[in-house]
Design a binder for this molecule. Structure first.
Ligand code: HEC
Length: 141
């Protein structure tokens, strides 16, 4: 009896581990923690942005149209004039170099799920391919 319980417990832990490391819609916990620690100071707790300085992520048309490019923005930073929902932003965003590709993937999926209805998830393979494609971006840090 108790053996069987252990068995289920172990299975549960393994399943949780798989969910945690998989870049998928299911576990937003990691994405939430990462967002709170690495993005919210500028983009706002609810993705609302801040005045003319930081563009919103919630309902951002830029994010919607450039979902995968977000991987490059996080990894390298960005410094160009940017129009988000009709408003121009021109401050630089520095690279968030603490995040690895799986974490970047989880953050993108959190943003997609939380603030953009109907957006598809991105996979870790797509994120990796995207990061390859912008390997010539200048690192801003
Ligand atoms: C220090 C402030 C700061 C932090 C921290 C920061 N950003 Fe940004 N972010 C900016 C600024 C400023 C821009 C505009 C960059 C430009 O104009 O080139 C921007 C632009 C963006 C954009 C494209 C525009 C839009 O609103 O859709 C995305 C997506 C984005 N950031 C996501 C993130 C994510 C995800 C994180 C956390 C991993 C993050 N940012 C952390 C300041 C920040």
């Amino acid at each position: 009896m108790s053996n069987r319980r252990w068995g289920w417990g172990l299975l549960g832990m393994v399943a949780l581990g798989v969910l945690w490391s998989a870049c998928s819609y299911q576990p937003f916990r990691q994405g939430e923690i990462l967002y709170a620690n690495f993005c919210a100071t500028c983009h706002g707790e609810n993705g609302e942005g801040f005045r003319d300085l930081y563009p919103p992520l919630a309902n951002s048309d830029y994010f919607r149209e450039n979902q995968l490019e977000t991987a490059c923005i996080i990894h390298y930073g960005m410094d160009k004039e940017l129009v988000v929902n009709g408003k121009t932003y021109q401050q630089a965003m520095l690279a968030v170099t603490q995040l690895n590709d799986v974490e970047i993937c989880n953050v993108i999926n959190l943003l997609s799920y939380s603030w953009h209805s109907g957006m598809k998830t991105v996979t870790i393979d797509e994120v990796r391919a995207q990061l390859e494609s912008c390997s010539d971006w200048e690192l801003l840090d």
